[in-house]
Design a protein around this ligand. Structure first.
Ligand code: NAD
Length: 454
């Protein structure tokens, strides 16, 4: 089946209205949960082959989030899909108004490689809950996980409803030419722009989950050890290949020395080592070389060594970094942490604001004044106070970027909304008609019309 055929079949299936039924959506969500559980072993093996990601980390950062999303959707899909009443203005009485959530239709989901299961399947869960059909194009970089997902989905789902199509740039470019009802993309900013342009040709609504440089701001009043512990975990999880990882730290000058010592102590305690299966490889040679070139020997405070053969780079801390240094230009997406300092919080805020809006921002402080100032003045996708990364597990909050870090959001009900159109309907009967709006107009009618309509 080629793309065109697959797309045409899905369009036909969607128009049959089968996916709109709540029992169907529940059945398919349950199927996905069961299929995932049955294939956990295959998926663990595939991701280990691709970038040595361990079972425990895979469960923690991929499966646990997916099961949580499925369970929530199963519990709430009926409520989310219900027609809901809206108020009616005087000018329309007697009448009723209501809003009908309807699935957008045939959706294309394009995944990124760094959390290959979660980033492909969480949007798919949202699409299924909303009643859409799904063509999923996982990232081609982790080839084993892409193949495992293809096997798992294509052997267990009707392709008219849910199909995985593997491929890279060529295949994605061909898919993007089709007139999808929704495109959900996770990946880099430059490719996000390509996807947005392709979608614009068909006026297809998009969700773009992109990246960027996410700062962590640390003031002098914090618990330094706990801050270091939380930051080190968030930065070196998946070897820094996390879209919401703290990209760089801006710490108050007065605690810089103690903070750096605490970070090093925590890195050593965590014992990041591929042999221990608790430290992930860099995905490919291209990224390894890119990261390697970002390590400026003059700035190494800790680490800096790498192994070409195992594609690993040890946790690396760069100090005495300035806002103008090369490492501050683009998202790092690896285990290198530049540490900058500030003496005046206003200057740090201005620097962050002069750059593209980050996907995440973390502030570690006991000062409510500083926290409130940062929340009020800096625009960012989402984040945390006195922690990093963990906001992602809260399905009660939307997850997504703003400006350069993305368009739209998902997780929980917000994911359902990303694949849903809210259709607004005003319903009247025939027993009365307000004459005021009808021609011929008179001053009397106009006076009352202004009062009723405003
Ligand atoms: P990427 O943009 O290179 O690739 C993403 C997807 O786009 C892949 O499926 C790939 O096949 C496809 N693609 C690549 N080039 C293309 C082209 N020219 N035309 C059409 N399709 C193309 O991103 P990546 O390397 O997989 O992921 C890393 C980036 O993704 C980082 O910037 C990271 O911050 C971001 N990211 C964001 C989130 C989020 O939730 N916001 C999550 C993970 C990663």
């Amino acid at each position: 089946m080629d793309y065109q055929d697959c797309f045409a079949f899905q369009q036909k299936f969607f128009k049959s209205n089968v996916t709109k039924g709540i029992p169907f959506r529940i059945q398919e969500l349950k199927r996905l949960k069961q299929v995932l559980q049955q294939h956990e072993e295959l998926l663990y093996e595939a991701i280990y082959k691709d970038f040595k990601k361990s079972r425990k980390e895979t469960y923690l950062t991929e499966f646990s989030l997916l099961y949580k999303e499925i369970d929530l959707a199963l519990k709430k899909v009926k409520k989310w899909s219900q027609k809901r009443k809206a108020s009616v203005s005087l000018a329309n009485l007697p009448a009723k108004s209501y809003i009908i959530p309807e699935p957008l239709g045939v959706s294309l989901i394009i995944g990124a490689w760094n959390y290959p299961y979660q980033l492909s399947l969480a949007p798919a869960i949202a699409a299924i809950a909303a009643g859409c059909t799904v063509i999923l194009k996982p990232s081609e970089l982790p080839s084993n996980t892409s193949a495992a997902m293809k096997k798992m989905i294509n052997e267990n789902f009707d392709p008219h409803f849910f199909k995985v199509i593997e491929g890279g740039v060529e295949e994605t470019t061909a898919l993007l030419k089709l007139n999808f009802d929704k495109i959900f993309f996770t990946g880099s900013v430059p490719v996000g722009k390509i996807v947005y342009q392709a979608a614009a040709k068909n006026l297809t609504p998009v969700t773009l989950e992109l990246g960027g440089k996410s700062p962590a701001i640390i003031t002098e009043d914090v618990d330094i050890d706990m801050t270091a512990k939380r930051l080190v975990w968030a930065k070196f999880l998946n070897a820094g290949q996390t879209c919401i990882a703290p990209d760089y730290v801006v710490v108050q000058e007065s605690i810089k020395g103690n903070f750096l010592k605490a970070v090093v102590a925590r890195i050593e305690e965590a014992n990041y080592d591929v042999a221990n299966e608790n430290y992930t490889e860099i995905i490919n040679r291209k990224n390894f070389d890119r990261l390697h070139s970002l390590i400026d020997a003059d700035h190494i405070y800790y680490g800096g060594k790498s192994n070409e053969e195992t594609k690993t780079i040890e946790p690396t801390i760069l100090s005495e970094v300035s806002w103008e240094d090369t490492i501050m230009n683009d998202e790092i997406f690896g285990p290198i942490l530049p540490v900058l300092t500030f003496t005046d919080i206003n200057q740090a805020i201005e620097q962050i604001k002069s750059r593209p809006k980050p996907l995440s921002l973390y502030v570690y402080t006991k000062s409510s004044k500083i926290r409130n100032k940062i929340m009020a003045e800096i625009s960012f996708g989402g984040g945390a106070v006195n922690d990093s990364l963990m906001h992602i597990i809260e399905t009660s909050m939307p997850f997504g970027g703003v400006g350069n870090s993305g368009i739209g959001n998902y997780h929980g009900k917000y994911g359902f909304d990303a694949f849903t159109h809210y259709k607004s309907v005003l319903q009247k009967s025939f027993w009365i008609e307000l004459n005021l709006k009808h021609s011929p107009y008179t001053d009397f009618k106009f006076k009352w019309l202004k009062r009723l309509i405003g």
